[in-house]
Each structure stands twice: as structure tokens, then as C-alpha cells.
Design a protein around this ligand. Structure first.
Ligand SMILES: CC(C)(COP(=O)(O)OP(=O)(O)OC[C@H]1O[C@@H](n2cnc3c(N)ncnc32)[C@H](O)[C@@H]1OP(=O)(O)O)[C@@H](O)C(=O)NCCC(=O)NCCS
Length: 320
């Protein structure tokens, strides 16, 4: 069994923060950020809630797919978390859309969209006709420490959605997880039980070993792309486009070099998008779809890596 993507959507918050804007409160520079990451600007949720961007991306995807929200059978929301722990973001999107189907969040950090596709594929494998909305959303601006220049400059906010139904676009998919709290950690507030001492309460912001994640990411992209192309029965060179997780241009260039693939096969949007976590791949997918850059029959690979540590990759044929 497999699925087809019948619609895509995305939303970015209005506020744009350039590298120069960051120098007002961080000891950093436009040149440092650009040369180390390829990022020039990012969108940040100031006026919008996380639900607002999730809803807009969902509506865009449903319109693109020509699907009435009432006809959805499932909503899966890959996210590190919405505006509330409960209700889940997926439930709040369901309510705002006026849908009546089951809805739940999954947390696979930046690999979330590919994890979401795999979960959708598992549901569709039951053989019952279903229409599923996958809405990948993260607001990293609420999770980073804005006094830490080594992490705050990298991340951003956004939402990307896809509507999938029974079909045969998916050629192969692979997920992995290697539990590792040290490389990328976002501790949770532990409550205020009087029995807990101050020092047991974690600082609730993202902490990262950048160079370790950097090395992990390049290896993950290379290993996963080799595996999913082999599983799909094609050569790496047969891929028309590769949509990698948009974390850092140098990571993507490093992987392309190691795979001996030209950079023109890799889609880059990190410049004005930053690292939007789970939303990064569907944001690119929607951009390409809306600009007519995806042609029927194209072979596309998605490849993601992120906190967990998790990875996910797949090969798809574009049929919309
Ligand atoms: C974070 C990252 C850009 C850092 O690049 P790097 O070349 O490895 O830089 P380093 O960490 O070695 O730091 C080099 C120096 O720059 C400094 N620096 C860090 N952030 C800075 C910033 N925003 N502006 C200026 N200087 C900065 C460091 O303090 C360090 O200074 P020092 O040499 O005096 O100690 C890179 O490691 C990376 O992209 N890692 C992957 C992160 C990622 O993608 N995470 C998300 C996964 S989903």
C-alpha cells in the first residue's frame, strides 16, 4: 500500500527578523550567521499563535486538494508542541477547521513530517479509503534561549501541510531514532511541587551541541538517501529533486559533496526560512508545488534529521 499527496499548504508568521535585527541584542553578526549557516532572515510568531499558522497552512492544503474539512478521516500534527500541552495542536486545528475526525500530535522534532507520512501510510495500508491531513508546525522562537547566540540565530517558526489519500506515490520510506539527550535537549518545566528544590528545575530552553548535530546530520542524510533509493530500486542519480530538512546550507552542501551529487538536485530555502523544525520540508514542498516546479512523474526524495535524535527519508513520485 502507499499514498498520494493531493494537496499542500504552508504559512509563515508576518514578522521577519533579519540577521542584522539579531545584532541589536546578541553578540553576533550578519556575516557570521550567513557564512556558518546560509541563513539571512527568519519568520517569528509575534502576532500569531501557533494555532493561527497551523490553521492557515491546513486551509491552504485543503483548498489545494479540493477537500472539505468535514471529509477528513484523520489529522496528524508533527510538532514539538502547540500553544497548549492539551488540547493537542491537532485537536485545536480539527476544531477550527470544523472537522470531526480523530486528531493527534506526534513528536519527532525536525523529522516529524516524514514520521507523519509514515504514520499516514500505516493507516492507509489498512486498505480503507481515507483522506488524511498532516500539518507539521513548530514555533522554535518560543523554545530557544534568546540570550544564547549559538542556537537562537538558527531557528524559526512556520507551518507546512499535506493532504494524502490512497494512491501509489510513495516508493520507499525509512525512519530511525538514536536516543540522545545531550546533542539536542529542550527540558520541560517540572511543575512547582514544594518537594522539588530550585536546582532540580531545568532551564526550559533548547541546548545543543552544534558540531555533534552537524556531523550526525551529514551522515544521516547520506545514509538515509542511499537506503531509500536502494529500497525504491533506483540510483541516487535518478532523483529529480531532493528536499532536505532546512537546518543549515553547509550541512546540505556537505552531504551533496559526500554523495557526489550536484547541488542543483537539492532544494535550498534556508536563506529566508531558517530552521523551522518539522515544518521545514512541507514548507518547501508547498513552495515548489505552488510555483509549478513539481511535474507529474518526478522522483523526489525527502530527508530529515533532528532532535531525538531522529531521522526520516522517503522517495516519492509526484502525481498531482
Ligand atoms: C551551530 C553551528 C552553526 C556552529 O558552527 P561552527 O562552525 O561549528 O561553530 P562553533 O560551534 O565551532 O563555534 C565557533 C565560534 O563561533 C562562536 N559563535 C557561536 N555562535 C555565534 C554567533 N551566532 N555569532 C558569532 N559567533 C558565534 C562560538 O562561540 C565559537 O567561538 P570560539 O571559537 O571563540 O569558542 C553548526 O555547528 C551547526 O550548524 N550545527 C548543526 C546545528 C543544527 O542544524 N541543529 C538543528 C538540527 S535539526
Amino acid at each position: 500500500m502507499s499514498f498520494s499527496i493531493i494537496g499542500t499548504g504552508s504559512a509563515l508568521p508576518k514578522t521577519i527578523q533579519t540577521n542584522s535585527d539579531l545584532t541589536a541584542f546578541l553578540d553576533t553578526s550578519h556575516d557570521w550567521i550567513l557564512s556558518r549557516t546560509g541563513i539571512e532572515a527568519r519568520h517569528i510568531c509575534i502576532e500569531e499563535s501557533i494555532l493561527d499558522i497551523a490553521f492557515t497552512a491546513s486551509i491552504n492544503a485543503l483548498e489545494n486538494a479540493d477537500i472539505n474539512p468535514k471529509h477528513l478521516d484523520l489529522i496528524i500534527c508533527p510538532t514539538l508542541g502547540g500553544d497548549t500541552i492539551t488540547p493537542s495542536l491537532a485537536c485545536l486545528v480539527q476544531e477550527k477547521l470544523g472537522a470531526t475526525c480523530p486528531a493527534f500530535d506526534i513528536n519527532a522534532a525536525c523529522s516529524g513530517f516524514v514520521y507523519g507520512l509514515d504514520v499516514a501510510d500505516a493507516y492507509l495500508s489498512r486498505g480503507k479509503p481515507m483522506t488524511i491531513l498532516i500539518i507539521a508546525v513548530d514555533a522554535m522562537s518560543k523554545l530557544v534561549d534568546w540570550t544564547d547566540r549559538s542556537t537562537a540565530v538558527l531557528f524559526a517558526d512556520g507551518a507546512g501541510a499535506a493532504v494524502v489519500t490512497n494512491g501509489d506515490d510513495l516508493k520507499s520510506i525509512y525512519l530511525s531514532a538514536v536516543g540522545n539527550q545531550h546533542a539536542l535537549d529542550i527540558p520541560w518545566a517540572k511543575g512547582n511541587h514544594p518537594g522539588l528544590s530550585e536546582k532540580e528545575l531545568p532551564i526550559p530552553y533548547l541546548i545543543m551541541d552544534g558540531p555533534e548535530v552537524y556531523r550526525f546530520a551529514i551522515t544521516a542524510i547520506c545514509d538515509d538517501l542511499r537506503r531509500v533509493t536502494r529500497d525504491a530500486g533506483i540510483a541516487l542519480e535518478d532523483l529529480d529533486l531532493i528536499i532536505p530538512h532546512q537546518a543549515n546550507q553547509r550541512i546540505i552542501e556537505g552531504a551533496a559533496k559526500r554523495l557526489k551529487l550536484p547541488m542543483k538536485k537539492f532544494v535550498l530555502r534556508v536563506k529566508n526560512q531558517g530552521n523551522t523544525s518539522a515544518a521545514s520540508i512541507p514548507l518547501v514542498l508547498d513552495d515548489l508545488n505552488r510555483h509549478g516546479q513539481l511535474k507529474p512523474g518526478m522522483l523526489i526524495a525527502l530527508t530529515a534529521f533532528g532532535g531525538g535524535l531522529t531521522t526520516g527519508a522517503c522517495v516519492l513520485t509526484w502525481s498531482k
